[in-house]
Design a binder for this molecule. Structure first.
Ligand SMILES: Cc1cc2nc3c(=O)[nH]c(=O)nc-3n(C[C@H](O)[C@H](O)[C@H](O)COP(=O)(O)O)c2cc1C
Length: 163
């Protein structure tokens, strides 16, 4: 089966997932690897990676998902700054999948946490002390090590299981 890997990554987290996937899938079946582009549509299955923006996939991926013709298979993967909740990840994946036209089949979904720029922590630090501020600081610090080797491995194993 021919496949493409399409990803959008501002700070490199989602790119790490895309690179791991690229290294683990059979190279001879890959027709495209890179940022959203029409060339990716030459494949039967498209692995689409995004960073989370306002609770959904970023807008370049949203536009790409909307452009997929019926009959394609899609595997969605993404990174988000807030982690620790499968329910939260599912909401983001549902919001991303809502961009898909009818007739495009989702064959798998995966999300993990991704570190955020230091400027975000600085903004939290400037807020008045509260349980919410502390929770955001704790989440920021927990995100710093992600995606880690285990996140990449879990993606590759999930994708292999869906082949
Ligand atoms: C403008 C902007 C909006 C974001 N919105 C969210 C959000 O709604 N939810 C979330 O969990 N993370 C959010 N994030 C965090 C990123 O999705 C997260 O750090 C991601 O791993 C970045 O991936 P990248 O390195 O591939 O760009 C946002 C980041 C930026 C810069």
């Amino acid at each position: 089966m021919k496949y493409s890997i399409v990803y959008s990554s501002r700070t490199g987290n989602t790119r790490q997932l895309a690179d791991a996937l690229h290294a683990s899938l059979p190279a001879e079946d890959c027709v495209y690897f890179g940022t959203p582009a029409p060339e990716a549509l030459a494949a039967d299955r498209v692995y689409v990676g995004f960073w989370t923006d306002k609770g959904s996939c970023d807008e370049t991926v949203a536009a790409f998902l909307q452009s997929l013709p019926a009959g394609k298979e899609v595997y969605l993967f993404g990174t988000a700054g807030f982690g620790g909740s499968a329910v939260y990840f599912d909401k983001i994946l549902d919001a991303a999948a809502a961009n898909l036209p009818a007739g495009v089949r989702v064959v798998g979904r995966y999300m993990c946490q991704g570190r955020m720029p230091q400027a975000v922590r600085t903004r939290y630090e400037a807020m008045p002390d509260s349980p919410r501020r502390q929770a955001m600081l704790d989440n920021f610090d927990a995100a710093l090590s992600h995606p880690d080797a285990d996140d990449l491995d879990r993606l590759c194993r999930a994708v292999t299981a869906a082949l």
